[in-house]
Every structure is written in structure tokens, then in C-alpha cells.
Design a protein around this ligand. Structure first.
Ligand SMILES: *[C@@H]1O[C@H](CO)[C@@H](O)[C@H](O)[C@H]1NC(C)=O
Ligand SMILES: *[C@@H]1O[C@H](CO)[C@@H](O)[C@H](O)[C@H]1NC(C)=O
Ligand SMILES: *[C@@H]1O[C@H](CO)[C@@H](O)[C@H](O)[C@H]1NC(C)=O
Length: 415
């Protein structure tokens, strides 16, 4: 009996997953929220309001500017797309002013370009911005989304008692499943449970959602990005065990290319999100983005870490002298030696690049393996950063020099 229980626990990660064939690697794409919020005034903000114009413009850029080729294939509309009332058949209605041709038109436009369509809903009576929510209408909304050609649903959790979620989120998922249309299912469930002081049922979350939000909404600032890093760092060993093909933690959108992050800070977000196996959902204006930020978002080597086929999420082994160290096991595995992605983030913001000094033991790297068993590559080089790997006192060490609020990211490829 005990043995059987133990085996079940061991296999939790691999056997439980939402069986819709989606999200085998973390989803990548674009989502309106962080940059465009609930902008509905198209008279004063014609380029920014949540509208057919905004979404089709960004979808075109996803294709023409190379984002789709790099792997970003979802285009998602967040809150504030609907009318404030359901129609006489209780169905959700897209804003007549801002989506005059409806959502099927948007889905077709997006899908004709080889992209996939994401749409937002809320499990409660109303969305976070007060538009109609799906409580008591889950079946009708799942059917409507499927008819419109939605490929990805983000279901928020405002305006509802969190104690209903353990039953409600799986139920909504069943209705999506019954439509016969595979839709990536993004849940906000564990975060709202946490807020309500209820401990999440992780087995159920893993089994019912493709991705889930764990923590507060991201904002366009280093303070926000860093607070999310700290949360994921402080909980990362536990959170990493929940992630795997088909089911991922979601630290929220990439804010790279907006107003708040420097180039170094943008690199740090890209590096840590990739090591965490986080969804890479940009929220920015793809038509107005600095070249260096665009190139960072399109960086093939870093994206390859995020999308690695082993599907093992990374974690933060330690933070020392204001430098946090992050590590993820990635392919290839050569004679039992697993390749690694390692990132060092300097949290000190005063002035000059900072040295860090880490032993392989501190980074939880198997020291029976000599470091010359790896080929080391700097994935995000900077002229003011450097690293050395050497042996002293019988220990292998990394010595790194990292820019203020920046990152040094290495790939150690097993050979
Ligand atoms: C619905 O769930 C079943 C059983 O888990 C699965 O085999 C099927 O692929 C799912 N269908 C969709 C459309 O998600
Ligand atoms: C790989 O690991 C397995 C299990 O620990 C061991 O039996 C095998 O000898 C190892 N192979 C090599 C090439 O080190
Ligand atoms: C790192 O630690 C080693 C061993 O204690 C020492 O030799 C080296 O000078 C240290 N490097 C820095 C930059 O502190």
C-alpha cells in the first residue's frame, strides 16, 4: 500500500496534465493587457484602444517582423473587449464600436497569418474591469469561444469567492473540452486562492490548466519585475516541480520594449523567464520598439532555453551578495551529463558592475563532473561583463562580473 502511494507521488508530475495536446513547451505570443490595459476611448487613443485596429495591426507585425518565425504564435486580447451586457440569448457580445466585424473576423485574420487567437474571460460575475463574467454562463461562453475560433483562453478570477474555484475552474475546463476545439487554458486560480489564504490543490491545477498565474500582475518597472523574480526565487524549488510539458507556472507578461526597463533589465527578464520555463507573452507595441529590444525578444539561443524539449523548469539555487543565481537543466544530455543554463542577476543598482563568486556546489551542479566536460557560451554578452570558471581548493567556481540590475547568462553544453 505504501509503495503504491509512493509511486503515485513520484509520477504526479509526468502523468497529470491537461490532455488537450497543447503547451508542450511554454506558450509564446503577444497579449494586450500590460501595455494597453482597458483603453476603450478610441477617439482620444485611436492607436492604443482595445480594438480591431490594434489587434490586426499587431498580428500583422507578428508575422512581418519575424516574431512568428521565432516562435511567438499566440495573439491575445485581454479584458475590455466586450459590450457591458450579454445579448438576448445570454451570449457575450464584442464591443460593436471597437470590434464592428466581431470576433470570428479577428480569429480568421489572425489564423490566416499562421497565428493563433487568444481571448480573455473571467470566472466570476464580472471581469476585473467590470465586463460580464462567466459565472453561471460557463457552458454558453465555452461554446461561444469555440464558435468564434478561439485557440487560447485566459480565465481571470475577479469578482467571485475563491472557495468556488476548486470546483469551478475544472468545470469550465470540461465545457471547453466538450466543444471539441482544443484551447490552451490559462488559469488565475492558484493566485486568487493564495490571496484568499486557501492552499492550492496543485494536483488538480496541474491536471486542469495548461498555465496558471502564481503572483501579482506585472507592471512596466524593474521594481515589479524584480519582485516577481524574488517571489519565484523564494518558492522556485517547489514551483519547478509543478511545471512540465502541458502545464507551466506563469510569472506574467514580458514588458520588454516598453517604457520602464533598461536594456540590461530587459535582458534579465528574458533570461530569468527562460530559465523558469515561463510563457513568453510580450505586451508591447511591435510597431514601435527599439532594435536592441526587438533583437533580444528574437534571441534564438535564449528562446531555445525557454522552449527546451526536456521540459524541466529551472530554479534559483541561491542569492548571495545581492546576486541571484538561476539554473535550468536543458538538452542535450551526453553520457549522463545534462547541459545547463545558468544566469546571474545583479540586484545591486549602485553604479558599477559587481563581482560574484559561486562554487559549483552552491549552484547544485554535480562536481564529480569536471567543468571542461562542458562547452560554455555567453548567451547575452556585454562588453562590461565577464566570467571565468576555475578550480581552487579542489572546488570548481564561477567568478562573474555583472552589470547593475543586469544579467550574465551562460549555457553549459555537455560534451
Ligand atoms: C478532451 O479530453 C479528453 C480526455 O482527457 C482528451 O482526450 C481530448 O483530447 C480533449 N479534447 C479537447 C478538445 O481538448
Ligand atoms: C549513467 O547513469 C546510470 C544510472 O546512474 C549508470 O548506470 C550508467 O553507468 C551511467 N552511464 C555513464 C556513461 O556514465
Ligand atoms: C572567489 O573566491 C576564490 C576562493 O576563495 C578567491 O580566490 C577569488 O579571489 C574570489 N574572487 C573574487 C572576485 O572575490
Amino acid at each position: 500500500m505504501n509503495h503504491i502511494f509512493f509511486l503515485l507521488l513520484l509520477s504526479l508530475n509526468s502523468s497529470l496534465a491537461l490532455d488537450n495536446g497543447l503547451g508542450l513547451t511554454p506558450p509564446m505570443g503577444w497579449l494586450s493587457w500590460q501595455r494597453y490595459r482597458c483603453t476603450i476611448d478610441c477617439v482620444n487613443h485611436p492607436q492604443e484602444c482595445i480594438s480591431e485596429n490594434l489587434i490586426t495591426r499587431q498580428a500583422n507585425l507578428m508575422k512581418t517582423e519575424g516574431y512568428l518565425d521565432a516562435g511567438y504564435n499566440y495573439v491575445g486580447i485581454d479584458d475590455c473587449w466586450s459590450e457591458s451586457q450579454r445579448d438576448e440569448n445570454q451570449r457575450l457580445v464584442p464591443s460593436k464600436e471597437r470590434f464592428p466585424r466581431g470576433m470570428k473576423y479577428i480569429a480568421d485574420f489572425i489564423q490566416e497569418r499562421g497565428l493563433k487567437f487568444g481571448l480573455y474571460g473571467d470566472f466570476g460575475t464580472h471581469t476585473c474591469e467590470g465586463y460580464p463574467g462567466s459565472l453561471n454562463y460557463m457552458e454558453i461562453d465555452a461554446t461561444t469561444f469555440a464558435e468564434w475560433g478561439v485557440d487560447y483562453v485566459k480565465v481571470d478570477g475577479c469578482n467571485v469567492d475563491a472557495s468556488l474555484m476548486d470546483e469551478g475552474y475544472p468545470k469550465f475546463g470540461e465545457y471547453f473540452n466538450k466543444t471539441g476545439r482544443p484551447m490552451m487554458y490559462s488559469c488565475s486560480w492558484p493566485f486568487y486562492l493564495d490571496l484568499a489564504g486557501i492552499s492550492p490543490n496543485w494536483e488538480s491545477i496541474i491536471e486542469n490548466c495548461n498555465i496558471w498565474r502564481n503572483y501579482y500582475d506585472i507592471q512596466d518597472s524593474w521594481g515589479s519585475v524584480e519582485s516577481i523574480m524574488n517571489y519565484f526565487g523564494d518558492n522556485s524549488k517547489r514551483l519547478a516541480t509543478y511545471a512540465g510539458p502541458g502545464h507551466w507556472n506563469d510569472p506574467d507578461m514580458l514588458v520588454i520594449g516598453n517604457f520602464g526597463l533598461s536594456y540590461d533589465q530587459s535582458k534579465a527578464q528574458m533570461a530569468v523567464w527562460s530559465i523558469l520555463a515561463a510563457p513568453l507573452l510580450m505586451s508591447n507595441d511591435l510597431g514601435n520598439i527599439k532594435l536592441e529590444m526587438k533583437e533580444l525578444l528574437l534571441n534564438k539561443d535564449v528562446i531555445a532555453i525557454n522552449q527546451d524539449s526536456l521540459g524541466r523548469a529551472g530554479y534559483r539555487p541561491l542569492k548571495k551578495s545581492q546576486i541571484s543565481a538561476w539554473k535550468r537543466e536543458v538538452s542535450p544530455i551526453i553520457s549522463n551529463r545534462t547541459s545547463l543554463a545558468v544566469a546571474f542577476v545583479n540586484h545591486n543598482d549602485n553604479g558599477t558592475p559587481r563581482f560574484g563568486n559561486f562554487t559549483f556546489e552552491e549552484l547544485e551542479i554535480d562536481t564529480s563532473e569536471p567543468f571542461n566536460g562542458y562547452e560554455i557560451q555567453d548567451l547575452l554578452p556585454s562588453s562590461t561583463q565577464k566570467y571565468t570558471v576555475y578550480q581552487t581548493d579542489g572546488r570548481y567556481r564561477f567568478e562573474v562580473l555583472v552589470n547593475p540590475t543586469g544579467v550574465l547568462m551562460l549555457k553549459l553544453t555537455a560534451k
